[in-house]
Each structure stands twice: as structure tokens, then as C-alpha cells.
Design a protein around this ligand. Structure first.
Ligand code: G3P
Length: 212
């Protein structure tokens, strides 16, 4: 399973660049950086050699397509994030025909993911944390998407997004999702286990007893 980082913060991306396979951003994450959007996307593409998702803000298909073409010029690794709407799916179809990769975002049901795949999306992003927040089970939706894509041989890659804790990453891997996009703080937690710390401490103490 590939690991992306879900941030627009350059320091976090630089620190984790050795580990991650790509980057996802969204307007909220970009707004925290207080810098011009395209400048941030260009800098990220210079750090990470993998897909970098940049989101459109137009809500009509022609506007999304125009923004997508402009963003795609920044770097070959730019993937255009498009919201799951009828206009969005029209834009995805047009962009797929032009060879521009898309990541369909704000996906909360397996039917939405089916439509994204049928329209030629390169990636689909079910928001598991927000589904959980609304009283659903985000991972049930991911499991359905995995089954549906396998049934029909869709090549759209599933990005488990809106990840809130390490257990989301574990469940994504168990279900066979292609990618989890993980916030910096959760990536840090993946390395940790209290027994690892206890074990290191004991080994180092015992090592002091070994005659040198
Ligand atoms: O990048 C999209 C998604 O990961 C957002 O997550 O935590 O705002 O629901 P969150």
C-alpha cells in the first residue's frame, strides 16, 4: 500500500519525503500556509517524486476544466482534485480524454466511487473520518469500493482519505486499498509502540553491563 501525506505544509513534506509516495492537498490545508496556491504546488512537486493532488475551486464543468488544464501545466506529477458532482464527473471525463489525471474527492458512498471510476478518474478519495463523524462506518464504504472495482476491473486507485488515527491506516491495508493519505501527526504515530520504547530502554541498560 502506498502512503501519501495529507498536507500542504512544506516542512512536513520535506521531513517525510523519504517515506511517502505522494501528497494530497485541499483548499483548507492550502489556506493554512498563507502562500500562493500554485507556488506551493510547484514547490511540493520539487520535493516529492509522486502524485501531488491540487484541487479546483470552480463548481461548473467548464470552469473546472480550465482550472485543471492550468494546474496540470505546473508539473507532470500534478493530479487534479475534482469534487464528486455531476459537473465534476463531466470534467473528469474530458480531462481523462486529454490524459490529465484526476482524484475525485468528497466521496462518501460506494455509488459515488462507481461513478468516478466509470468517468475515468485516476484516483478516488473516500473520506473515512468524516463518514465516521456522521455516524457511519467509513471503512464499510471502502470495503464496498474495493469489491466493486474488483468486480469490474476498474483501474481507479482508492485513496483512503480523512484519516484520523493509525487504525484507519491498518484497516485500509487489510482491505487492500491502494493508498492511504495520512496527516503528519498520524504518520508519526505509525512508527510508535510503547513496547518498542520499553524494549530499547531495556536493551540499552543491559548493554551497559556487557564488559567492554
Ligand atoms: O484531503 C482530504 C481529507 O483527507 C480531509 O480530511 O480530516 O479534513 O476530514 P479531514
Amino acid at each position: 500500500m502506498k502512503l501519501f501525506i495529507d498536507t500542504a505544509n512544506i516542512d512536513q513534506i520535506r521531513e517525510m519525503a523519504w517515506l511517502i509516495d505522494g501528497v494530497t492537498t485541499n483548499p483548507t490545508l492550502v489556506s493554512r500556509e498563507n502562500r500562493p496556491f500554485k507556488e506551493v504546488v510547484r514547490e511540493i512537486c520539487g520535493i516529492v517524486n509522486g502524485p501531488v493532488s491540487a484541487e479546483v475551486t470552480a463548481m461548473d464543468a467548464p470552469g473546472m476544466i480550465a482550472q485543471a488544464r492550468d494546474l496540470a501545466k505546473i508539473h507532470d506529477n500534478v493530479v487534479i482534485k475534482i469534487p464528486m458532482t455531476a459537473d465534476g464527473m463531466q470534467a473528469v471525463k474530458t480531462l481523462a480524454a486529454e490524459g490529465i489525471r484526476t482524484n475525485v474527492t468528497l466521496v462518501f458512498s460506494a455509488n459515488q466511487a462507481l461513478l468516478a471510476a466509470k468517468c475515468g478518474a485516476s484516483f478516488v478519495s473516500p473520506f473515512v473520518g468524516r463518514i465516521d463523524d456522521a455516524g457511519g462506518d467509513g471503512m464499510d464504504v471502502v470495503a464496498d469500493i474495493v469489491d466493486i472495482y474488483a468486480n469490474y476491473g476498474f483501474t481507479t486507485e482508492i485513496i483512503v482519505a480523512s484519516v484520523r488515527h493509525p487504525h484507519h491506516v491498518l484497516e485500509a491495508a487489510l482491505l487492500g486499498a491502494d493508498i492511504a493519505t495520512v496527516p503528519y501527526a498520524v504518520l508519526q504515530k505509525l512508527f510508535n509502540h510503547p513496547l518498542t520504547d520499553v524494549g530499547i530502554d531495556r536493551f540499552l541498560k543491559d548493554w551497559e553491563k556487557v564488559p567492554k
